[in-house]
Write a protein that binds this ligand. Structure first.
Ligand SMILES: NC(=O)c1ccc[n+]([C@@H]2O[C@H](COP(=O)([O-])OP(=O)(O)OC[C@H]3O[C@@H](n4cnc5c(N)ncnc54)[C@H](O)[C@@H]3O)[C@@H](O)[C@H]2O)c1
Length: 354
């Protein structure tokens, strides 16, 4: 029976990179005899303008029956970002308990990192971001709006269950890679939640004696990622720290356009969601030059999650081959290729057995 994929292209370059990824997926699934069935949903800022809601009221019920969700990007000028994000992306992550946001990155052969010392094969790391609690909480409010004493309060929420499970995921992932975890903290400045994070991570680390680990203050960690990115393997971080760090690591790898992410429910009770790290890029939307690699790499993670490891590796090989060739890189990577040209190159590399 076919595995079902809900596709939400979203806004801006979202539909452009999703089109590209769908074409590439068709080729790789065909070559490997994999049966995926897609349904596309027009949930977006355009829909918000027309109907007053990013997605219909029963959207989460609709999505619940799918095996996976593939998303482009949401957000468009004119719709406040907190409306678009909290009207679509965040409800999906939370309702489906996608508590892991896994964001790998690597410096690929042929792609220049903005860092002189970062070279291909050396920089290869994963940010594991806590995805459903932490600093992005719904608890808080505004008072005295419009008065001089106006105020806003936003509570960060860290639970033992939440920190334990994200730490466990990071340690388990490290076992399949370089066996090294770095925990991002700020316990010198944030005196309640971050010492708690440190304690729980240390407790969980004791269950993984074969995995080396350390803890770094987030400010120093940001500097070290720039100075010695090759040092890191798995970085586990709270929602906010992980969000920021993964844009930094994407930039280290050459462009946010190549960075993928998986919003995972590791219990597999609910569908997981796969999306590039980047947003809707209104500055280049419609120009046909969006880099589709971040979305295609996200589909590699989706294929892996759906149990198609061989097809996933095949597609990753095509990504590497395409990045290696200067003629098939988009402008964000210093090239001149269009989205269509990169898609055609991926298709060719797949058929050539990359
Ligand atoms: N997960 C998401 O859907 C998500 C993530 C981040 C931002 N957003 C939303 O996207 C909108 C734009 O946000 P932003 O400008 O801060 O971030 P962005 O990621 O959209 O763009 C940042 C810069 O990177 C470039 N860029 C991004 N993706 C690229 C790609 N695939 N190829 C080539 N260049 C690419 C853009 O042109 C821009 O210069 C906002 O509404 C924001 O809320 C959505």
């Amino acid at each position: 029976m076919a595995q079902s994929i809900a596709v939400i292209p979203g806004d801006g370059i979202g539909p452009e990179v999703i089109d590209a990824a769908r074409q590439v997926l068709d080729v790789v699934t065909d070559l490997h005899g994999i049966d995926l069935a897609y349904d596309e949903f027009d949930w977006s800022c355009r829909r918000y303008d027309e109907t007053g809601a990013m997605m219909p009221e029963d959207a989460l019920d609709t999505l619940a029956s799918y095996d996976a969700i593939l998303l482009g990007a949401v957000g468009w000028p004119g719709v406040p970002d907190h409306v678009s994000l909290w009207g679509l992306l965040i409800p999906i992550r939370r309702a489906f308990r996608q508590y892991v946001n896994q964001r790998p990155i690597a410096v690929f052969e042929g792609v220049d990192s903005p860092l002189r010392s970062a070279s291909a094969g050396e920089v290869d790391l994963v940010v594991v971001r806590e995805n459903v609690e932490g600093e992005y909480s719904e608890i808080g409010g505004r008072m005295n709006r419009g008065f001089p004493d106006e105020m806003a309060v936003q509570e960060a929420v860290f639970t033992r269950a939440g920190v334990s499970r994200i730490a466990d995921h990071a340690f388990e992932l490290a076992r399949t890679r370089g066996s090294y975890v770095t925990s991002a903290t700020k316990s010198n400045g944030i005196v309640h939640t971050m010492p708690f994070w440190d304690e729980v991570v240390a407790e969980r680390a004791a269950e993984f004696p074969d995995v080396r680990w350390d803890s770094e203050l987030i400010d120093a960690l940001a500097a070290k990622i720039v100075l010695e990115p090759e040092r890191f393997d798995v970085i586990v971080a709270s929602n906010l720290f992980g969000d920021i760090l993964s844009d930094l690591t994407a930039a280290v790898a050459g462009s946010i356009g190549i960075a993928p992410s998986a919003n995972l429910d590791p219990t597999r009770t609910y569908p997981s969601m796969f999306e590039p790290v980047h947003g809707s890029a209104p500055d280049i939307a419609g120009n046909g030059v969006a880099n589709p690699i971040g979305t295609v790499w996200s589909t590699v993670m989706m294929l892996d999650h759906l149990g198609h490891a061989e097809a996933a590796q095949h597609l990753m090989g095509a990504v590497r081959a395409t990045l290696r060739d200067p003629a098939t890189r988009t402008p964000d990577l210093g090239g001149t290729a269009t989205t269509t040209e990169v898609t055609t190159a991926l298709d060719g590399a797949l058929r050539a057995g990359a």
